[in-house]
Write a protein that binds this ligand. Sequence first.
Ligand code: Z5A
Length: 209
Amino acid sequence: MKKQLAYFINIEGVEGVGKSTAREYISEYLNNAGVDFVLTREPGGTQIAEAIRDVLLSHHTEVMSDDCELLLMFAARAQHIARVIRPALAAGKWVVCDRFTDTSYAYQGAGRGLGQQRVAGLEQWVHADLQPDVTILLDAPVELGLERIKQRSAKDRIEEEGLGFFQRIRDCYLQRAKTFSERYRIIDASQSLENVQAQLAQLLQGMLA
Ligand code: Z5A
C-alpha cells in the first residue's frame, strides 16, 4: 500500500464481531505511532448525528419504515461528513470510523432488502467524491458474533433482528469485499483477540511504512 498523508479508514462487520474492540486497539496503535487521527462512529460523531442515532436505535411505539431508517442514516452521515470527516482529512488527520456507508449497503440494502441501487443513489448525493481509503471488514460467522454479545442486557432496535437478516448482511459485505478489493481488507475475526490484533497491526504497519 502506498503511504499517504492521511487515511480514511472504516471498520465494518456484523454485530459482535469485535469492531469496538478493534477500534480501541487501532486507536492505541496510532497513538503509539504518533499519528494525528480522529476516532469516530456512525451513526453519530456529532451532536446532531448522535441525536439521530438515538432515534435510530431506540425502541418506539410505532414501527420505523425501512425508508425512514435509510434516510436517517444518510442524514446523520451528511452532518458527520460536513462537521467531522472532511475537516479532519483537510487538516491532514487520519479518520478512523466505526461503520460508514458500507454498513448502509449491508444493513438497509441487503438486510432490509431495499436494494443496492437505492443506497447508491444516496451515496452519490451525500458523498460522491469521498470514499474510505481502507475498509477493514471483521468477518466471522453470524452465530459467533451474536454469541459474543448474547449476555448484553438490552438489545437495540436493529439488534433485535433474526439470523437471516444478519446472514444477508454478512453475504453483502463479502460480496462488496470482492467488488471493492482495492480498499477492503478482510480480517478473520473468528480468531483469538491476540490473532485479530496481530492482523490489524500488520495492516497498520503497512500503511505507516
Ligand atoms: N447501522 C445501519 O443499520 N446502517 C448504517 O448505515 C449504519 C449503522 C452506519 C450501530 O450499532 C447500529 O447501526 C448497527 C448497524 C446500524 N446495528 N445494530 N444493532 P453499534 O455501533 O452500537 O453496534 P455494532 O456496530 O453493531 O457493534 P456491537 O454490537 O457493539 O459489536 P462489536 O463492536 O462488533 O463487538 P465488540 O463490542 O468489540 O465485541 C463484542 C464482544 O466480543 C466483547 O465482549 C469483546 O470483548 C468480545 N470480543 C471481541 N473480539 C473478540 C475475539 N477476537 N475473540 C473473542 N472475543 C472477542
